[in-house]
Structures are given as structure tokens and as C-alpha cells.
Design a protein around this ligand. Sequence first.
Ligand code: FAD
Length: 342
Amino acid sequence: MELAIVGAGAAGAAAAYALRETDHEVTVFEKSHGVCGRAATRRKHGCTYDHGANYIKADSDRVTELVTETLPIEGLVTVEEPVWTFDHAGQISESDRQEARKWSYEAGITQLAKRLFAETDAKVAFETRVDGLSRDGDGWRLRDIDDGALGRFDAVLLTPPAPQTADLLAATDWDDPLAEELTAAVDAVPFRTIYSVLLHYPFELDVPWYGLVNTDRDHEVGWLSRESCKPGHVPEGELLVAQMSPAWSRRRYDDPSEAVKADAASLVADLLEDDRLADPDWTDRQGWRYALPDEAPPADPLRAAEEHDLYLAGDWVEGDGRVHLAVESGLDTGGRIAADGR
Ligand SMILES: Cc1cc2nc3c(=O)[nH]c(=O)nc-3n(C[C@H](O)[C@H](O)[C@H](O)COP(=O)(O)OP(=O)(O)OC[C@H]3O[C@@H](n4cnc5c(N)ncnc54)[C@H](O)[C@@H]3O)c2cc1C
């Protein structure tokens, strides 16, 4: 059985992992040069930082067992400090919410997908963007953006964010009434945009929290956290991750990055009432046009597609932007592919 997985994020990695003891030959096509998708890590000036998903949460027993018992635990770090809240007026409050455990890795959150793939024989083709599919008998052919053939497979699993999966489906040559219904269902999944800004300072902040979350969703800053709470990430000083609100992020998405970073630093300085924070010694940024899904698609067309050897997985299939849900989705879908014998 030859299976193509499009996307080497948490869902794609978990699906490959679920198939590790089957005779499926798995080829993963990934448009970027690394694994783990929106759970992303970068290195700069001696720091390691998670500039997409900031942590993996222990909200699922299966993923908790996978992360803390089944996969290697070397370098797994638990964030000990709490998450506090703030409102639209910037009023910061200590939170008494019972928080699930949160993890990353000393080498960054991308270790999750790296460790999942390391347990498999899957081949990962990097810098390979799948641009369309076509039905070929009872299999699928994939092509890249230059119309180059990527091969024929018995089954395909698509894991990009819903808007990108919808684009792929729209570019699919498949003469079946389900094609249109499936594309429309996936295309209707709403996604939030988030602009992440990284702000480094030569001094440490004297605060008790790891993160601050804007609970009324009416502040320009949506989330602010300290990478220094993750052992091994920040050797000196403070590195703040500011995830800007979806409205602000959409408005500023195409503005010059220096202006966006400067404005984000000012907003952070205002929020923490600390003028020094308007003047970081270095910065970085990443725009996530498709950051977080807000709803799940109807299950019926997705399940019906599986009858045609076409599978879909990802956080958006579960209806919420969480790493552990992407892993769950990948594990479940990989399990169904194994059970279907496709
Ligand atoms: C700013 C931000 C903050 C977040 N914070 C948290 C958090 O703190 N905790 C948490 O649990 N979750 C958080 N999330 C959500 C979390 O990152 C996602 O839920 C999870 O990583 C989704 O995994 P996935 O495999 O479903 O999708 P993705 O990670 O998006 O993986 C899809 C992969 O497909 C690839 N791809 C796309 N199109 C193609 C194509 N045509 N051809 C080939 N490859 C393609 C992409 O490059 C990507 O690698 C956050 C996300 C963002 C962006």
C-alpha cells in the first residue's frame, strides 16, 4: 500500500506514526524545509524559541502518554510558571484557573514531529508543495506547482490548514459529486490570522507568570509569554513572544515588518507598564495567515471521501487550534487508514 501524506505537521507526523507497524509505504510531501508546521521553532542569537504554537498541552490522555512515556523524554521541558489574564483595558489579573501541564522541548516544540517521524520509515520530501491531485482508477496522482508528477498512490491524506486543503481540493481532477460538497465544507472552516512578534531584551523581567492571555479578546495583544520559562531557550535576558489579536494581525499583515514589530513592542510596553520594553535589542516575527481554526467541518463529507481513499486530518478537523488535537486527529486517521487496508 502506498500512502501520500501532504504536510509534515503534528497531524501528518502522528498519522505516519500510527502506521509505523503496518506495511504501508508512506511518503510525506512538505512544502517547507522542516517538520511540525505551525508548531514551529527558530534559533537566533543563541536563543531557541517557539514562534507558532507555544506549548503542547496535557489535555488528552493519549497525547500525554505519547509525549511523557512512549516517545523519548530527553529535553522535554515542563513550563512551571502560571498563565495570568488581562482584559481589553490592560488590567492584569492572577488567574485561579486549573491549568493543564504544558510542554515544549529544550530544542524546541518541533521535536514532537521529529520524534514521531523518527519512529517510522516514512520518507519526507521537503520543499515540495503539492498543487493538485487527480483520480486515477482506484488511486490518486499528485503533482507539484510546476505540474511535475509526484507519483501515484493508493491513498492520500491531506493535512494542511483548511483553507489550503480547500485550494488543493479545488485544484483536484475528480469527477464525483462528492468533490464539490467536500471542497465547500472544507472551505467554510473559519481560520484566525495571528502575527507573532518576538522581542528580546538584555535584562530579565521580574514577574511571576509565564504567559498572559487576553480573555475578553478585545486587546491588540492576544497572548504574551516568556520563552525564558522554558529551560534551554534563552541563555541571557528575556525573550517575549507577543501573539497579536486576529483583528490587529489582519490589519497589519502586509505592513512593513519593522513598523509592525515597533508597534507591537510599544503595545507590550504599555500592557506591562514598563517603558524599557518599547526598545528591544533584537526582534523577529512571523505572520500566520491561517493560525487557528474556529469550527470543525461537518463529518459526513470527510468520512464519505475516505470511501474514495482520500483522508483529511489536522486541528481544524477537530475544530480547535491545539497541537494535541492535531496529534489526535493524525493518530485516529492513521488508524482508520490501517483498518481500511488502504
Ligand atoms: C501563532 C500560533 C499560536 C498557537 N498556539 C498554540 C498553543 O500555544 N498551544 C497549542 O496546542 N496550539 C497552538 N497553536 C495551534 C497549533 O500550532 C496547531 O493546532 C497545530 O500545530 C496544527 O497541526 P497540523 O498538523 O494540523 O497543521 P500544520 O501544523 O499547519 O501542518 C500542516 C503542514 O502542511 C504543510 N503544507 C501546507 N500546504 C501544503 C502543500 N500544498 N504541500 C505540501 N505541504 C503543505 C505546511 O507547511 C505544514 O507543515 C498555535 C498556532 C499558531 C499559528
